[in-house]
Design a protein around this ligand. Structure first.
Ligand SMILES: [Zn+2]
Length: 578
């Protein structure tokens, strides 16, 4: 079936789920959840409107204007999150004899307006259980309806990761029981992921030796998220919040191609950049929109067989990815060196940020049997070539292409990595260049004063009042000698905070640089005449007083004197009657 016609039909259906027979199922579920969490339903979910008509339960959204996290979230200037630190001597020593083999599973929460199989929106941080319906609560008889945006996002990510797409894939049920998974199974993709066999390019930061890397992508598949358990302080009981249940995820599985913590952190950072460039997720690790599980084993250099792998969870920043891996490499090698390799077991470990170490979470006793089988409530996912091509042609310039383009503009790799890190900063830079600004000067202003201002004020580049055109004008005004660099800096802060134009501010504040020789000479003469004592001292050998005179002249001219001309005339005058 053509995806488009399928989707339009499904969307028409999804706002009116008539598959619940009466109230029985709902009542049953309420009873079940009351047992789990007594106060969840005290206030009825405001966003869910349930009515009963002709014995059929209808559910619809009373407010569809509940925005989505990604578009609302302020995407602050993302300065590099990778730790600025040197690898420890101990680790360096260990890596002369051992090699770490690292693979990463990344879960990306898609920023769709509604969940994967129902019309509930998802807003991070909303009151528990305020965005739930019979479908995402897993009530008997409720049927899932696929959100076409999930497919679109998956195809975008698959293409961006250079994967082969499965034109025909399907959903499968992954069975397991957990209180935050009321259906008793998760809708996922098993043997036919929507995308597979891709790769991603990254550039390592200069402080870690730099260099280009290519890491394989095993697969990308679609699935739904589970709810969240909220554990109480005294540990007597737990509560369940199903707002997150049914939120669409992409799971991206890498090949075990990474060898160091820094490579792994950079891989994760690139996935974040990619999903943000594509606009499919806010990629925010603190909110759990991007979650990384790392698989790591070590082996002596030259050995072909892999060592026993350990999984690390609970990594909520790129620096924790890097540090947890470094810790784990040292831990595993220590066991091998001490002749206790058996202490490395197949297990899941948690990264403890406070203690800076990994600890055992659970041992894996054989592979879990999830009894996958094709999801009978959802049709196959068939993509037409035309649909895929349409998405391919709509892709924005991706981080890797952007980096190579910036590099070809003559920028250093440090500048390239900074500017291409945030898609909005990159767009701001491009627009500044398009207005005629010098490449290196534009990069310096953006990476220097502008980035510092954004960081201090916690603003994104789209939130500051300065436009790329005015930055171009500012650079041209300094280069052309209309204003001094010092005044340029002052204007910059005004432009960022209040907006306006460079020309307007120069006129309004009478800031045009004084380059007229006779005018500057007059002021120099006056300042020298007003400070006879200092002049005598200077001529007596205290030549560092030149700075004092220059300062006085700048004060007289309100910083407008051209420093080059000023110093030339001043020096001539100071040394004239020596
Ligand atoms: Zn729902």
């Amino acid at each position: 079936m053509e995806l488009y016609s399928l989707c339009s039909r499904l969307i028409a259906e999804r706002f009116d789920c008539k598959n619940i027979s009466g109230f029985t199922a709902y009542d049953m579920a309420l009873t079940l959840f009351r047992g789990l969490r007594s106060n969840c339903f005290r206030s009825y979910p405001p966003s869910l409107c349930i009515t009963r008509k002709h014995g059929v339960l209808h559910c619809s959204m009373s407010s569809s204007a509940q925005g989505q996290t990604a578009t609302q979230e302020k995407q602050h200037a993302q300065l590099k999150d990778v730790p600025k630190r040197e690898p420890s001597k101990k680790l360096e020593e260990v890596l002369k004899h051992y090699e770490a083999v690292i693979g990463i599973e990344t879960h990306v929460q898609l920023a769709t307006l509604t969940k994967a199989f129902c019309s509930c929106p998802y807003n991070y941080g909303a009151q528990p259980n305020t965005s739930v319906c019979p479908i995402c609560m897993g009530l008997p008889g409720a049927l899932p309806v696929l959100n076409s945006k999930v497919i679109e996002s998956a195809v975008k990510v698959g293409l961006a990761l250079n994967c082969k797409l499965s034109l025909s894939s399907k959903f499968d049920r992954k069975q397991y029981f957990y209180p935050d998974l009321p259906k008793g199974y998760q809708i996922s993709q098993f043997d036919i992921p929507i995308a597979a066999d891709g790769y991603v390019d990254i550039d390592l930061p200069i402080e870690f030796g730099g260099g280009h890397r290519k890491f394989g992508i095993t697969r990308v598949h679609m699935e739904e998220d589970a709810g969240k358990l909220l554990h109480t302080g005294n540990g007597n009981f737990s509560q369940v919040d199903l707002n997150r249940a049914g939120v669409p995820l992409l799971e991206i599985v890498s090949e075990p191609d990474m060898r160091t913590g820094v490579e792994a952190a950079e891989y994760a950072a690139e996935i974040q950049r990619l999903v943000r460039y594509l606009g499919v997720s806010n990629g925010n690790m603190q909110e759990g929109s991007l979650r990384c599980d790392v698989n790591i084993s070590v082996r002596p250099i030259g050995q072909v067989e892999f060592g026993t792998k350990v999984e690390i969870k609970n990594l909520n920043s790129f620096s924790s990815v890097s540090r947890a891996i470094d810790f784990e490499i040292l831990r595993q090698v220590r066991h091998i060196d001490e002749g206790q390799a058996e202490k490395i077991v197949l297990e899941t470990r948690l990264w403890e940020e406070g203690a800076q170490k990994t600890v055992t979470m659970r041992k894996k006793e054989g592979l879990a049997d999830y009894r996958y089988f094709p999801e009978p409530d959802l049709p196959e996912v068939n993509l037409s070539e035309e649909y895929v091509n349409e998405i391919r042609n709509s892709l924005p310039e991706l981080p890797e292409t952007k980096r190579r383009r910036f590099e070809n503009m003559g920028l250093s790799m440090q500048d390239v990595l900074f500017l291409a890190n945030d898609v909005n900063v990159a767009a701001f830079f491009d627009a500044t260049i398009a207005s005629g600004a010098d490449v290196k000067l534009a990069a310096n202003w953006i990476m220097g004063d502008i980035a510092a201002y954004m960081k201090n004020e916690k603003l994104s580049v789209n939130e500051i009042k300065l436009t790329p055109q005015e930055l171009g004008e500012l650079i041209a005004s300094i280069k052309g000698g209309t204003i001094s660099g010092k005044i340029g800096k002052e204007i910059l802060f005004e432009l960022m905070a209040k907006g306006g134009t460079v020309k307007g501010l120069i006129k309004e504040k009478d800031l045009v640089q004084i380059t007229d020789l006779s005018e500057i000479e007059k002021i120099v003469d006056r300042v020298l005449a007003e400070n006879p004592k200092q002049l005598e001292q200077y001529r007596g050998g205290k030549t560092k007083l030149q700075g004092f005179f220059a300062g006085q002249i700048m004060k007289e001219t309100k910083g407008k004197a051209n420093p080059g001309i000023l110093n030339k005339i001043l020096l001539e005058k100071l040394n004239a009657k020596a």
